[in-house]
Design a protein around this ligand. Structure first.
Ligand SMILES: [Zn+2]
Length: 363
C-alpha cells in the first residue's frame, strides 16, 4: 500500500515535463509526506488487533439443514413448541423463517461460499481460528489460509467408530503436527461426561502429548433430545462433569466450551476449584439474548476469572457469527479495554502457549 502511494504518485505525474529543480523539490516533499504517513498509518491501524477464535467449525453448507438458514443474532425465544406437533419441524421452521428472532444472520448455500465468506471475515477482523469439522473441508480451508486456520480434531464416540479415531490413530495425527487441539469433544450429546471411564484413555493421550482439549460443556440447540441427540440431558450441562477428569489429569490443558451456560454457579465453583480450567464463549456470544449473555459474562468476570475466558464464536454455517461475537465483546460497557483484549486474544495466546514470535506475527 505504501509502495503504491510513493510510486503511484510519480506515475501520475508526467515527469519529463517538469524541470529537474522542481522535480527534486517534489521528490523531497513527497519523501517527507510518506514519512509522516508511515508514522500515522501504523500496521495496527491497517489491520485490527488480532483475535483468537477458540471455537470455529469447518462444515458443509447443509450441515445444519437445507440452506439458507436464518439464526437469531441474538435469539429472542429459545424454543417455543406445541407438543401436538413434531418438534423437528418446529425447530427447522424457526431456522427457515427466523420465527424466534428479531434480528438474524443467514447461511450461505454452497460449501464454496461458506468457505470464502468465513475466510473473508477472518481476514477482515484479523482472526485466527481453532477450527474443527469435516476433515476434507478443514483441509481445504487450511490450504487456503494456512496461518489463520489452527486444526482441531472433532471427537465423540460416534465419530471414533465411524472414522476409526482410536487412541493410536489420534497419537499419529497429533505427533504428525497436522492437528494442534483435540475438540470439539461432543460426548455430552451422547450422554457422557468427560469424567466417564470410556473417555479416560483419550484424556491420558492428550495429557501425555500436551495437546489442549476443548470439551462441549453447556448448551446444544434448544430441544436437542427431540432433534436427534437422544441421549442429551439438561443435567449434563453442568461443568461438575469435568471434575474427576481434571483431578486425574492435572497437567491437561482443558477448556469448557460454551462456558457451561447456563450453569453459572457450577461454572464459577468449577473454575474456582480447578485453576487450570479455561472457558470459551462459543455460541452464547451471539445467540443468547444479549442481556442474558452480558449477565453471564459479567458474573464470570466479577467473580475473578477474566484471565481464563476466551473468545469463541462456534460459527457453524453462519460466517457473520464471528463478527457478531467479536462486536458483542467489544460493545460490553462493563469490560475494561484490558479485559476485552484478554478475552479476545491474550488468554487464548497464553492457553495455547504461543511463542512471542507467533504472537508478533499475528499483529
Ligand atoms: Zn458445542
Amino acid at each position: 500500500m505504501r509502495t503504491f502511494f510513493i510510486y503511484g504518485f510519480y506515475d501520475i505525474l508526467d515527469l519529463k515535463r517538469i524541470k529537474p529543480k522542481n522535480l527534486s523539490m517534489i521528490k523531497k516533499c513527497w519523501f517527507f509526506l510518506s514519512l509522516i504517513l508511515s508514522v500515522f498509518i501504523s500496521p495496527a491501524q491497517r489491520r485490527p488487533l488480532p483475535v483468537i477464535d477458540m471455537h470455529l467449525h469447518s462444515l458443509h453448507a447443509d450441515e445444519q439443514g437445507p440452506p439458507p438458514l436464518k439464526i437469531g443474532a441474538p435469539m429472542r425465544d429459545l424454543g417455543i413448541h406445541d407438543p401436538a406437533n413434531d418438534y423437528r419441524k418446529t425447530f427447522m421452521n424457526a431456522l427457515k423463517t427466523s420465527a424466534w428472532a428479531d434480528k438474524f444472520i443467514i447461511s450461505p448455500t454452497t460449501d464454496d461460499s461458506l468457505r470464502e465468506l468465513t475466510l473473508a471475515i477472518l481476514r477482515k477482523y484479523n482472526v485466527y481460528g481453532v477450527t474443527s469439522g469435516d476433515p476434507e473441508i478443514l483441509r481445504s480451508w487450511k490450504k487456503q489460509e494456512p496461518r489463520r486456520i489452527i486444526n482441531s480434531l472433532d471427537w465423540n464416540f460416534g465419530l471414533a467408530k465411524k472414522n476409526g479415531l482410536t487412541v493410536d490413530s489420534l497419537e499419529k495425527l497429533f505427533t504428525s503436527g497436522e492437528f494442534k487441539v483435540l475438540g470439539e469433544v461432543t460426548i455430552q450429546y451422547e450422554g457422557f461426561t468427560a469424567s466417564d471411564t470410556a473417555f479416560e484413555s483419550y484424556l491420558a493421550l492428550a495429557e501425555k502429548l500436551d495437546i489442549p482439549v476443548g470439551i462441549h460443556v453447556g448448551c446444544g440447540p434448544p430441544g436437542a433430545p427431540y432433534i436427534g441427540a437422544v441421549n442429551y440431558r439438561a443435567r449434563l450441562h453442568s461443568p461438575f462433569g469435568l471434575e474427576e477428569a481434571l483431578l486425574k489429569h492435572p497437567k491437561l490443558r482443558v477448556y469448557a466450551m460454551h462456558a457451561g451456560w447456563p450453569m453459572l454457579d457450577d461454572m464459577i465453583a468449577t473454575m474456582y476449584t480447578h485453576p487450570q480450567l479455561y472457558v470459551d464463549l462459543g455460541v452464547i456470544c451471539f445467540i443468547l439474548p444479549q442481556k442474558e449473555f452480558y449477565y453471564y459474562l459479567g458474573r464470570l468476570v466479577n467473580a475473578g476469572f477474566s484471565k481464563r475466558i476466551m473468545f469463541g464464536s462456534d460459527n457453524m454455517v453462519w460466517p457473520q457469527a464471528v463478527a457478531e461475537g467479536i462486536e458483542t465483546i467489544n460493545k460490553a460497557s462493563f469490560l475494561t479495554a484490558e479485559q476485552k483484549r484478554d478475552i479476545l486474544f491474550n488468554n487464548a495466546a497464553r492457553f495455547l502457549r504461543l511463542t512471542e514470535k507467533e504472537i508478533r506475527d499475528m499483529h
